[in-house]
Design a protein around this ligand. Structure first.
Ligand code: GUN
Length: 287
């Protein structure tokens, strides 16, 4: 058996199309153009690619985009002042600080991210938004896990009642994914680097989410035949070679559906960010 391959671009196009419709509605009904500000500090090449993508996608959908590129030497105080200014800017509805921050300010990442107005927090990282997600009243939800759920829905894959296993417990993917799947009535187990008998647990999964950042870690013997495999990993193993956390060539023979890397979940993240900018603009307008 060979699995159905879930290509991110097909789902991202649908998510972006629905965001574009919402952007047009906000412009026509309220005379408001949703605006996103992305702050990038330093010259991390991967981050620069991600930020360019976000900017291009905003332009494609008619969202105002402001890229704030700050030098590596930026201090915590300067960053906080910039966030304060964007919090007060009525033309900006979403604020995102591209991670990772440079070493000099990395230790203050929490303080910096928490300074963003929760209504403008399009990454969904603010404790207020994390709390809302955990208590079942989600407002702004982290883009990558939200994109995975949207993709499962668009692909017609049932979540309710399913046995789901997540490998990885990061704040950006693993933890929010747990709450999103649980809210959709899956029975969820989160595994991590201290989990014993990992393959035994992953083999129970009808939906397996790999999000621990280890190249080709999930092998065919760890996958239940017929499982849906969502690979959130992006690992650069050579200058021009990206692989996921799943050994795709082996897994494709065991799973019923699987996301590729590249070309899978990564494309959904930007699409969901656009959706979050629209959601943030609506929250601020109270509509
Ligand atoms: N860097 C890698 N992923 C992300 C993300 O989801 N949000 C932000 N702000 N930075 C990132």
């Amino acid at each position: 058996m060979s699995a159905k391959i879930l290509y991110g671009k097909d789902f991202a196009a649908q998510i972006k199309e629905s965001a574009r419709t919402e952007v047009d509605k906000l412009k026509n009904q309220f005379n408001v153009t949703p605006g996103l500000a992305v702050i990038i500090v330093g010259e991390n090449p991967a981050s620069q690619v991600y930020v360019r993508n976000k900017h291009k996608t905003c332009e494609e959908l008619g969202i105002k985009s402001e890229v704030v590129a700050l030098p590596e030497t930026t201090t915590k105080e300067e960053l906080l002042a910039k966030i304060d200014a964007l919090n007060a800017d009525k033309t900006i509805h979403g604020i995102l600080v591209q991670l990772p921050l440079p070493e000099a300010v990395k230790a203050h990442s929490d303080e910096i991210l928490n300074r963003i107005d929760p209504l403008k927090d399009v990454d969904g990282f603010h404790p207020m938004n994390v709390g809302k997600l955990v208590t079942g009243t989600p407002a702004l939800v982290p883009c990558t896990p939200a994109g995975c759920i949207e993709m499962l829905d668009l692909a017609g894959i049932e979540i309710d009642g399913k046995r789901a296993v997540i490998i990885g417990r990061s704040n950006i993917v693993g933890k929010p994914m747990l709450h999103l799947l649980m809210a959709r009535h899956a029975t969820v187990t989160v595994c991590h680097s201290h989990t014993k008998n990992l393959p035994e647990i992953t083999r129970e999964a009808e939906i397996l989410v790999a999000a621990m950042g280890k190249p080709k870690f999930v092998t065919a013997d760890m996958i239940r035949p017929g499982a849906v495999v969502v690979d959130v990993g992006i690992n650069r193993i050579a200058p021009k070679k990206l692989v996921g956390d799943v050994d795709f060539d082996a897994a494709v023979e065991v799973a019923s559906a699987i996301t590729p890397v590249p070309g899978g979940v990564g494309l959904l993240t930007v699409a969901m960010l656009m959706k979050n900018v629209v959601t943030a603009a609506k929250l601020q307008l109270g509509v």
